[in-house]
Every structure is written in structure tokens, then in C-alpha cells.
Design a protein around this ligand. Structure first.
Ligand SMILES: [Fe+2]
Ligand SMILES: [Fe+2]
Length: 559
């Protein structure tokens, strides 16, 4: 595709001129003078997320180039006679932020739909009084989640970027990745962080987000896309942890802490999904960074000071334990709930990655969260961060003092995860994840940086992983005035690594839940489809790489 096709028309406005118009409530209430002819409130970047209960609540979110007047959703149920259906109008809440680097104010709108019927299809349209298309506003259909123990499908990958190759790390594969979700028609999609890499394009962050949002709209306007934040959502100038853009654009289930939107849970059928913000616990320093030699100079309209070379936005520990306390109480509640058969965790960074050229495994996740996953029997962990595909054996517990320092060779305790099986089940059988958690890296969304080369122990030929066990602070680089972040500091044998895709760094995970029958087993069939050839040139073709099945006794019938 032409590289600039996705650049949407942007109206750059400064925060100073419009600050008087901004409010945290619906813009409908605003009585400020408004130039309707000049202000473009046409909805774009339209996307859905689940509300608190996916069987009854969905949020429709979008952005517009300027402040929308009377932003609203028209909603009706699709089933039955259309003429018998009364469309309801739901007004959208406005949320804005002003980018701390280029001063652009971003207008977003969020219509929370509640009281919906379960397993029902709805048609909606989004519009505003200053929508250029208000005669024929954008419309689409979506389906609410079913209730109870019923079959459903979800899909997952991370590290999507945008199709606009003018932006750092973007690739045309990003468009094909979105269409791949539509091919599989899941109930919803999990987007495992590193959404668009706006922080690598610091002078134009909102424009990168817009291209991302307009690309994912093809699918995310039809089914919820549930994200978690990655290191590339951490932006200079946009809040204490740099997540203001992410948090403004996404409406996500509450977590009862001051950090709502960064981690959350939702349940579909008998599966509990837990989405985490791993930047809170990882050792790796991988957020916004000024490499130099020039400082990063925000637009004068922001009033923000230049950011010196060598500065990184390192947020480890930002919740001061609040996230881990929430995780433990959420898992403890799930352990008492016989309506939950499966627990699936989504996060961006990896506890188990043997990528050779990527980031590797992070000890911070291993020491903080893996013991909780063990204690409460988390079945699956879905990640991104390294742009490849890797599946672990089921793991439980860890081996101590088997790693070594990458430079000196001295012993290092990497908390090497311990596999509870090291072969596939016989006769096409299933893994039983009651004995161990399986980790998947699904980092092959649509960046231009595939990382599908994997570590090998040169002495034994066995898989080897890099492990980050301490803060990799930026150090002076070879060119005067520049800085670079060191790579992982330790190595270990990746005894936990079951399968690595060396054919391509791109693909999509497709997960089919079979709830089983009372007295029987429930299963999840996981198929990974990869885009062979995409490392060289973008392709629409995704083909099956492997299928694995997990099975366990239903908890409502377990003795
Ligand atoms: Fe990442
Ligand atoms: Fe990434």
C-alpha cells in the first residue's frame, strides 16, 4: 500500500487556545462559543472494549480531530424485526489530553452501553452534530458475550504498530494483522501491548496513535479489542508514568485503585481474563528514552523543558505494590469461584523468552508474579514484547542459581522456571495446566522488526535465554553525547522452551474454548497461524504453524 495512505487529515490545535473548552464530562454540556464550520467532530479511530460484564456491557470509543458537539451512539438490537426495534441514543463522555511534546490536544469520546442482552447482536452508529458524515454516520455491529459455560473464541497478538511506514517501527504487515483477526471472527481480541510505538516518534505521537486507531478500526469497531500497556505506551510529557495517551483513548474495566485502566479483569463464560501492566514489576528500562546527542525539545506551546540525552522514563514499582495486591486478591477470589475453570493472564513483557536479538526474559516478573501464578493455578500467560512466537512447557516453581552473568560467567540466580513436562502429550492428547502454567509469546503483530532468531547454548546446542536481572540504566555510547541501554545481563538454559517459530516473526494466536459437559473435561484448543515470508515482505497469508490443546476437569464437577 502507499506509505502515506493511512495518514489521516489532522487538524493540529494547541492546548492553550482550547483549554477553556475542555472538561471531563460530556461536551454536550459545554456552552462555550464554538465554530461549527471549522471544528471537525467526525468520528474516527472507532473501537470497542468490554465493560465490567462482557455479557451486558460494551464501551464504544472514538476520537475526532476537534471537539465533537453532542457526541453520541445510536444503538439497536439486530435480531428480530428491525422496524420493531426502538433505537436508543447514548451520549458519550469526552476525555482529552494535550500531548506534552507537540502540544496537540486529542479529543476522545466514550459511550458506555450497559444493560445489554447476553449473546446478542447489536447495531450501532456513532456521530456528532459536527460529524461531516452525519447524514450517513459510521455504523457497525457487535455481539455481547454469552453467559455460562458456553464455547467461544478469542484471538491474540501484541506489537502491532501502524501501516504508515513513515513512522518508526511501522510496517504494512500491521494492516494484514488486523484483517487476520477478522478472518477468524473471534468474540474479542487481546492486544498484548506495544500498540503503535508513538514514543519512538516523539514529535508526532498523536498522529501515530491516529494511524493506529484508524487501522484497528477495521476489526475493533466490530468486536472488543482488549489491550494491555507495553513499554512503548510510556511517553515523555504524558503523565507520571507516561500512559496519558493510552488511558485517554481506552475505556477499560475498573480495578478499584488510582491506576484504573492499567490493569483489570473480565470474565467470559468459564474463563477469567486478567490484564496486567508489567512495566510495574520488570527490571528492564524500556520506556521513553532520549539517546542524544541532541536533547528532546518539546514544542514551545507546551511550556515543557527540553529533556536531556540519557534520560529514560523508568517506571518500575510505580504502583508501590498495589497491582500485585490486586492480582493476589483477584486470583484468590477466582480460586473460590467454581464458575471459573480457566485463568488467562495478558501482559506485555516476558517471564520466559529465549529470543536472541530481542529483550529476553525478565526476572522482575519471575520473582513478583510467577509465585502467584503457581499458587493459584494460572493456566495461560499471553505476552508480546519480543517480536516472535515461543511456547513454553507447563512450568511450576523454579531452579535456583543455574544462570550466569553474561559478561563474567559468574553464577546468577535467574529463578529459572521449572518445566513439569518436556514432551508433547502422547497421541495428540492435551496438556493439563493444573500442573503448570504455559507461557506464549505472541509478539508478531505488525512491526517492521521481526525477532525470530533464538538463543542457543554454544556448548550444548540447547535453547538458551537472556535474562534481565537488574536495571539496565542508559550508559554513555560510543558517539560522544549519546547514550545506549545495555542488553540482558544474564544467561540461562531455556529448559522451559517447548517451541520456537524460526520461519517468521509474525502470526496470530486463535483460542477456542470448549466448556465440556458436567462431569467431563473442559478444553482450550490453541492454534498459532503465522505469516510466512512476512519477515521479507508484508503478506496477507497466515497459515497454521501448530495446534496444542489444554484440558482439565470442570471445577463444578471436580471432587
Ligand atoms: Fe515491548
Ligand atoms: Fe514491541
Amino acid at each position: 500500500m502507499p506509505p502515506n495512505r493511512r495518514i489521516s487529515r489532522r487538524t493540529f490545535v494547541t492546548g492553550a487556545g482550547l483549554s477553556g473548552l475542555l472538561s471531563a464530562t460530556s461536551s454536550r454540556a459545554s456552552s462555550a462559543p464554538f465554530d461549527l464550520a471549522a471544528a471537525d467532530g467526525t468520528p474516527e479511530q472507532i473501537h470497542l472494549t468490554w465493560g465490567e460484564d462482557p455479557a451486558g456491557s460494551v464501551c464504544i470509543s472514538w476520537a475526532s480531530a476537534a471537539q465533537a458537539v453532542n457526541p453520541r451512539v445510536q444503538l439497536r438490537q439486530s435480531t428480530g424485526s428491525v422496524h420493531a426495534q426502538q433505537a436508543s441514543s447514548v451520549h458519550a463522555v469526552q476525555r482529552t489530553y494535550t500531548d506534552g511534546l507537540n502540544g496537540q490536544t486529542v479529543f476522545t469520546y466514550h459511550a458506555s452501553l450497559t444493560g445489554l442482552k447476553d449473546n446478542a447482536e447489536y447495531h450501532y452508529s456513532v456521530t456528532a452534530d459536527n460529524d461531516r458524515h452525519r447524514a450517513r454516520p459510521f455504523g457497525a455491529t457487535f455481539r455481547t458475550a454469552p453467559k455460562g459455560r458456553v464455547p467461544f473464541r478469542w484471538t491474540s497478538y501484541g506489537d502491532l504498530a501502524t501501516p504508515n511506514t513513515a513512522w518508526t517501527l511501522s510496517s504494512p504487515q500491521s494492516e494484514f494483522a488486523v484483517k487476520a483477526v477478522e478472518r477468524f471472527q473471534p468474540l474479542f481480541h487481546l492486544l498484548n501491548g506495544d500498540l503503535c510505538y508513538a514514543n519512538l516518534n516523539p514529535s508526532v505521537q498523536p498522529a501515530v496513535w491516529a494511524d493506529f486507531g484508524n487501522n484497528v478500526q477495521v476489526s475493533a469497531s466490530r468486536r472488543p479489542w482488549m489491550p494491555c500497556p507495553g513499554n512503548h505506551e510510556i511517553e515523555f510529557g504524558n503523565g507520571a508514568q507516561g500512559f496519558n495517551s493510552y488511558l485517554t483513548r481506552y475505556s477499560l474495566p475498573q480495578n478499584g485503585t488510582p491506576f484504573s485502566g492499567l490493569w483489570y479483569r473480565f470474565q467470559v463464560g468459564s474463563v477469567l481474563f486478567i490484564s496486567l501492566s508489567a512495566d510495574d514489576v520488570i527490571y528492564q528500562d524500556s520506556g521513553a528514552f532520549v539517546a542524544g546527542p541532541a536533547p528532546l525539545q518539546p514544542s514551545p506551546s507546551t511550556g515543557n523543558a527540553p529533556i536531556a540525552p540519557g534520560t529514560s522514563l523508568y517506571v518500575r514499582g510505580y504502583s508501590e505494590g498495589a497491582q500485585t495486591r490486586w492480582l493476589e486478591s483477584t486470583l484468590a477470589a477466582a480460586s473460590r469461584d467454581v464458575g471459573i475453570d480457566w485463568i488467562v493472564v495478558q501482559m506485555h513483557q516476558d517471564a520466559l523468552s529465549s529470543s536472541k536479538n530481542g529483550n529476553g526474559s525478565d526476572k522482575g516478573i519471575r520473582e513478583t508474579w510467577l509465585p502467584l501464578f503457581d499458587r493459584y493455578g494460572v493456566d495461560l500467560v499471553l505476552c508480546g514484547h519480543d517480536h516472535d512466537y515461543e511456547r513454553s512447557w507447563p512450568v511450576r516453581g523454579c531452579n535456583h542459581d543455574v544462570g550466569r552473568d553474561a559478561s563474567s560467567g559468574a553464577p546468577v540466580d535467574t529463578l529459572q522456571p521449572k518445566p513439569v513436562a518436556t514432551s508433547n502429550p502422547a497421541n495428540g492428547g492435551a496438556f493439563d495446566t493444573t500442573h503448570g502454567t504455559i507461557h506464549f509469546i505472541l509478539g508478531g503483530g505488525g512491526t517492521n522488526a521481526p525477532l525470530d532468531a533464538y538463543g542457543v547454548n554454544p556448548d550444548s546446542g540447547a535453547p538458551q535465554a537472556k535474562v534481565i536481572t537488574k536495571h539496565n540504566r542508559p550508559l554513555l555510547g560510543k558517539i560522544p553525547g549519546t547514550f545506549a541501554k545495555p542488553g540482558a545481563d544474564a544467561l540461562e538454559d531455556a529448559v522451559w522452551s517447548a517451541r520456537r517459530d524460526t520461519g517468521t516473526g509474525y502470526g496470530i494466536g486463535v483460542f477456542d474454548l470448549d466448556p465440556g459437559t458436567p462431569g467431563g473435561k473442559t478444553s482450550i484448543s490453541i492454534s498459532y497461524y503465522h505469516a510466512l515470508g512476512a519477515d521479507m515482505a508484508a503478506t496477507a497469508h497466515y497459515e497454521l504453524f501448530e495446534t496444542v490443546v489444554l484440558a482439565k476437569a470442570r471445577r463444578d464437577t471436580a471432587k
